[in-house]
Design a protein around this ligand. Sequence first.
Ligand code: MG
Length: 282
Amino acid sequence: MEPWQIGVFTSVDAGLGVHLDVAQELGIPTVQVHAPHQATRTKAAADDFLKRTRAAGITVTCVFGGFDGESYADIPTTARTVGLVPEATRAARIREMKEISDFSKLLGCSAVGLHVGFVPADRTGASYKSLIDAARGLLDHVAANGQNLHLETGQETADHLLEFIHDVNRSNLFINFDPANMILYGTGDPIEALKKVGHLVRSVHCKDGKWAAPELRGKEWGTEVALGEGDVGMETYLRTLKDLGYRGPLTIEREIAHDRERQKRDIGTAMELLQRLKAQIL
Ligand code: MG
C-alpha cells in the first residue's frame, strides 16, 4: 500500500464518524469503520458494505469495536463505562469483541481496534490481573482470525500503556495512536508519547485538541477542534511519524457527528492540510 494514504473514520450503522458516501464524495481511499450493532453484524451486511467500499475504491484498514452502555459524557463517566475495564460488563464485551473480530474478517480486514478503558494503575491488583487474562483470551481469538488488535491511546499514559502491552504478552497487540486524546484526557504530551510507543504504532488518528486549563487536566476534557487548530502540531506529528518509519494510513477523525455539514467541511480541510504536509515531508 502507498504510504500515508488519507483515511477517515466512518461507521457502518452506529452513527459515529462520517458516512461512507461522504468519504467517497471527498475521494478518500481508506477508512476505519466503527463496527455495526450486533443485529447487523451479519454476512449479508458485510457483503453489502464490502460491495459499497469496493465500488467507491475504498479500503477498510481497521474495524473499531464499541459497546452499548459506554458514555464519554465526562472523564469520570468514561472511566466507569468504557471498554473492557468495567468488570460487570467485561465478559459480555469480550464475547462481543470476538464477534466484531469475526465480522472484520468477513470484511477482509486484518486489524481490529478498541478503547480498552482506564487500565488500573496497580499492576499487582486482582482487577489488573483479570483484565490481562481477559485481554489474552480476546487476542488469541483475534490471532486465530489472522488479525492484530490496536489499542486506542489516551486513557493511559504512554508508560502505563507500554506496561499493559508488555504484561499481556501477545505478539498481535499494537497501538492506534491518537495524539488529540493525549491532550483531551490530559495523559501526556502527544509527541513525547508517540516517541515512546512508536515501535508499536500500526495505525493513527489525525485529530486535534486543546488542553484543559492546567489545574483541570485529567479531570475535565480538553476541547476537540478541527485539524491544525489545536495543540498537537500536525507538522511535528507527521515528522515524528516519519522518523519512526510509520507508513500506514493517516485516518482523520472529527468527532462532531451531530453536525454533519461542519464535520464534512472540517474533514475536507483536514485532507488538504495532510496532503500539503505529506508532500513536504514524505
Ligand atoms: Mg481516536
